[in-house]
Design a protein around this ligand. Structure first.
Ligand SMILES: *Cc1c(COP(=O)(O)O)cnc(C)c1O
Length: 396
């Protein structure tokens, strides 16, 4: 299948076929090229490859055939011209900022982004002259007020972690156009199986492939998707030189993950909706956050913007940290781990884990209370998940 054909195929077809051009071995499954470097027919060919006169593999920091299949497949699924794979989700964000911004530029980010992303902006990029302002994800007037003459990038996650707030991507893309900023969307929670922000006006998509793209909790990786100039040239040039590239082995695992992405996202979403609805009626649960619930403040927007609501549910219990920890310690089936996007259901206390290294003020700004618990709902039997949580929620 050549990339020229991609636009004619549906997402399920792209997920299992895009990007793979068979080698002379006529393999049916995508091959892993575990080779750090590639050979040349002659010194002249080596020179031509290095000068860029001839396109081809040189070294796996620059390009690798297995990584390329993953990149081409994810680009096709997101509807982007180009994708570059990275060693982790964080290095995808770092590579995007280092490639597309300059010292003195300003970022406006939603305050509810992944905790490490807040630290990357505030503690590392700030030392290189990049300043970041944080605004509530769904306060569009606050976004506009925060934009100044040096603002070059608007950055967000939707739905947000762990509160599952949903932002109107098309509306923010109009704001980005008006002020000549890039709109960068971390599409980790929905993946292209549930929403395609590029089609709603986003410029750049960030992925932590560690989560749903893998889907089985095996490898750490990331990706940046967007247009050929910014991603294919500029982000790629940064990665090739600075080095946080994806390994061929991990790319192969993620490729296999992409093949079942739609089936898994549908199963995660079905289980999460049923569990969120059930949680609303459990004693000791004071609030449930899930975009699929009619009680969610952006339920209507989520229904319009996404094809399903995803696997992340968070809820508050009556009390504080002690009560939240008691519920977490009470589960027997569900795994206590901070990772998400796994087929196995996971449970975590954001305030002391994923959001533990940001300040108490930053936690308050993004609404992560001590009584909040996050679930990444897997594909186990719903009745078993209900029994496990039901037991954990029973008063001591
Ligand atoms: C996990 C995560 C990241 C960071 O990805 P890593 O692969 O852990 O580096 C970024 N954004 C979101 C929304 C995440 O959940």
């Amino acid at each position: 299948m050549t990339s020229a054909d991609d636009k004619d195929y549906g997402l399920s077809t792209l997920a299992v076929r895009a990007g793979h051009v068979r080698t002379n071995e006529q393999e049916q499954s995508e091959p892993i090229f575990l080779s750090s470097s590639f050979t040349f027919d002659s010194a002249a060919q080596a020179a031509a490859r290095f000068s860029g006169e001839e396109i081809g593999n040189i070294y796996s920091r620059f390009s690798n055939p297995t990584v390329r299949i993953f990149q081409d497949r994810l680009a096709a699924m997101e509807g982007g011209e180009s994708c570059v794979a990275t060693a982790s989700g964080m290095s995808a964000i770092l590579a995007t900022c280092m490639s597309l911004l300059r010292s003195g530029d300003h970022i406006v980010s939603s305050s509810g982004v992944f905790g490490t992303t807040v630290n990357l902006f505030n503690k590392i990029l700030s030392r290189f002259g990049l300043e970041t302002s944080f605004v509530p994800l769904t306060d569009y007037a606050a976004w506009e007020r925060a934009i100044g003459p040096r603002t070059r990038m608007l950055y967000l996650e939707t739905p947000s972690n762990p509160l599952t707030e949903v932002a109107d991507v098309a509306r923010l893309s109009e704001l980005a156009r008006k002020h000549d900023c890039l709109l960068v969307v971390d599409n980790c929670f929905c993946t292209p199986a549930l929403q395609k922000p590029l089609s709603q006006g986003a410029d750049i998509i960030i992925h932590s492939a560690t989560k749903y793209l893998d889907g089985q909790g095996r490898c750490v990786g990331g990706a940046v998707v967007g247009d050929q100039q910014r991603v294919g040239e500029e982000v790629q040039a940064f990665l090739r030189t600075a080095g946080p590239t994806m390994s061929a082995f991990n790319a192969w695992v993620f490729l296999k993950g992409l093949e079942t992405l739609q089936l898994r996202m549908r199963a995660h979403s079905d289980n999460a909706l049923a569990l969120a609805d059930w949680l609303q009626h459990q004693p000791g649960v004071t609030r449930v956050n899930y975009p699929g619930l009619a009680s969610h403040p952006q339920h209507e927007l989520a229904t319009r913007q996404q094809s399903a609501y995803g696997g992340i549910v968070s809820f508050e219990v009556d009390g504080g940290r002690e009560q939240a920890w008691r519920v977490i310690d009470g589960v027997r089936l569900i795994s206590i781990t901070a990772n998400l996007g796994d087929l196995k259901t996971t449970i975590t206390h954001p305030a002391s884990t994923t959001h533990g290294r940001i300040s108490a003020q930053e936690r308050e700004d993004c609404g992560v209370g001590e009584n909040l618990i996050r679930l990444s709902v897997g594909i186990e039997d719903l009745a078993d998940l209900q029994a496990d949580l039901g037991r954990a929620l029973r008063p001591a």
